[in-house]
Design a protein around this ligand. Structure first.
Ligand code: NAI
Length: 497
């Protein structure tokens, strides 16, 4: 059952709002960057007139982001970017708003609940882009690029006058999910043959949260298909070097513990990928006393992993050895059905990269004789047929191969998300302010941009006091010696941190 007013909101249960509000209140204390932006920009309302369609995990931390955007003058509509990641109490609190009641909700339209079907997921994504009484959203705040992709596909299909059955560039390569997207687009075309034309003409830009979504944006920009300017939030240093690493270091073990409560100490953990997320994942396992094995395709990251003291191996060589298999690559087909068939009995398999195609769940379901037992929601035991008179072996798969830190737990903690989301808010202001300038004077074209380093440093600064950090100040002569301004930026663009 749902609490729903069509076109206005659809969440699990508005009576959860009070529980959500308590959590939001505590999260605000842990999100000094967002609260400082409210204090700085609350009076000047830089987002007045912005209609932001947000597609990002509907958690407590995201609730603080949404209410920051509103405090800066924006109108907002929200959906989650994953079928399992919504915290229903946060969604309820946002719909009810700080001053409403479940009987008289006064907050922001949210279309999200934990455990959506794919059909429901794409319906919700469409809902955030449709603005009742107006032509549509004028900004997207995206995580993984699904809202951006829906607009691009919608427009392509509209121009063709039909929804073609074959795959177009930028489509997810999961056939079932693409068929779901097609049915949403088919219905939209029937309702309004110029819907996506209208929406895309309104759109001033997108700010993108994660590695996978950024990757999609660069592909669209390179092929000349990107419809509006994009800010790559992920590659702010205060995003990917913090959220992707320290966020994962916290939320990966959280997800594994809540799902299984299996001890990590003394066990063997295999981590596929040693980028920012992989580094956080490996460190988390090591911190729990596990022996960690990493796999990489990039020689630089493989060497880093080795120098950090991890064994670097190929997955096929450690199938019988590892107790945990975690994918962090943002790539597809990293753990195949064949791999899973050969894993140790009761191995725990999970993905913490953005999409579920890292682990071949469809292939696993097709292993002859395999059975699936639900231990609890988002925790499934897959049992292989016994060979001879052996005990049947099984593996435990978390969140059906989707982001386990958000499916089995509640994602990253507030403090780290305050860094990421401060970049999001600054990115939204940048795009919106720039769009008000005369055409020839604008900074942002149909390309992908990073925020200037001085803003990145500002986000970090906003989080220092809360941790009791006392920064050293450069003297003028030291600054002159290094050839940098006293007030920063302190590093050249090519510096890697
Ligand atoms: P990254 O690009 O820094 O790291 C990915 C690494 O995987 C790269 O070093 C790459 O060489 C390696 N890789 C690629 N294919 C491989 C293969 N077949 N086997 C082994 N290694 C392989 O990206 P980042 O920032 O670490 O993000 C990874 C994924 O995690 C992305 O999908 C991103 O969107 C997602 N993400 C998830 C978060 C969460 O809360 N669950 C938070 C942040 C990012």
């Amino acid at each position: 059952s749902f609490d729903e007013v069509p076109g206005r909101y659809k969440v699990r249960d508005l009576s959860l709002a009070e529980a959500g509000r308590h959590q939001i209140r505590l999260a605000e204390h842990e999100m000094p960057g967002l609260m400082a932006l409210r204090a700085e920009f609350g009076a000047s309302q830089p987002l007045a007139g912005a209609r932001i369609a947000g597609s990002l995990h509907m958690t407590v931390q995201t609730a603080v982001l949404i209410e920051t955007l509103v405090a800066l003058g924006a109108q907002v509509r929200w959906a989650s970017c994953n079928i399992f990641s919504t915290q229903d109490e946060a969604a309820a609190a946002i719909v009810v708003g700080p001053h409403g009641t479940p009987e008289d909700p006064q907050g922001v339209p949210v279309f999200a609940w934990k455990g959506e079907s794919l059909e429901e997921y794409w319906d919700c994504t469409e809902q955030i882009l449709l603005w009742p009484g107006e032509q549509g959203a004028n900004l997207i705040l995206d995580d993984g690029g699904d809202a951006t992709m829906l607009v691009h596909l919608g427009l392509q299909y509209e121009r063709l006058g039909t929804v073609p059955p074959d795959t177009l560039p930028g489509e997810p390569d999961h056939t079932h999910e693409m068929n779901v997207v097609r049915s949403v687009l088919r219905r939209a075309l029937a309702a309004d043959p110029l819907r996506w034309t209208g929406i895309s003409e309104q759109l001033l830009g997108v700010t993108e949260e994660t590695t996978t979504g950024v990757h999609r944006l660069y592909q669209l920009a390179e092929s000349g298909e990107l419809l509006f300017p994009a800010i790559n939030v992920n590659d702010s240093v205060t995003k990917s070097k913090f959220d992707n690493k320290y966020g994962i270091r916290h939320s990966l073990p959280d997800g594994i513990n809540r799902a299984t409560d299996v001890l990590m100490g003394g066990k063997v953990a295999f981590v596929a990928g040693y980028g920012d997320v992989g580094k956080g994942a490996a460190e988390a396992f090591r911190g729990q006393g596990a022996r960690v094995i990493v796999s990489e395709v990039d020689p630089i990251c493989a060497l880093q992993a080795a120098m950090d003291g991890y064994q670097v191996a190929r997955i096929e060589d450690v199938l019988g050895e590892a107790d945990f298999f975690i994918t962090t690559t943002g790539n597809k087909d990293v753990v195949t059905a064949e791999h899973m068939t050969a894993m140790k009995n009761k191995a725990i398999v999970g993905n913490i990269g953005h999409f579920d195609n890292e682990i071949d769940m469809a292939g696993l379901a097709q292993v002859p004789g395999i059975t699936r037992t639900e231990i609890k929601p988002q925790v499934h035991e897959w049992t292989f047929p016994a060979a001879g008179d052996e005990e049947p072996r099984s593996i435990i798969v978390l969140s059906e191969g989707r982001l386990l830190n958000l499916g089995n737990a509640t994602g990253h903690p507030s403090f780290v998300m305050s860094n990421s989301f401060s970049n999001q808010v600054i990115g939204q202001i940048e795009l919106f302010e720039d769009s008000k300038l005369p055409e020839g004077e604008r900074t942002y074209e149909r390309q992908v941009y990073r925020l200037p380093k001085v803003l990145d440093e500002k986000v970090a600064r906003l989080h220092l006091d809360a941790l009791g950090v006392r920064l050293t100040e450069l003297s003028t002569s030291q600054a002159d010696y290094l050839g940098i301004p006293v007030e920063g930026p302190y590093k050249p663009e090519h510096y890697r941190y």
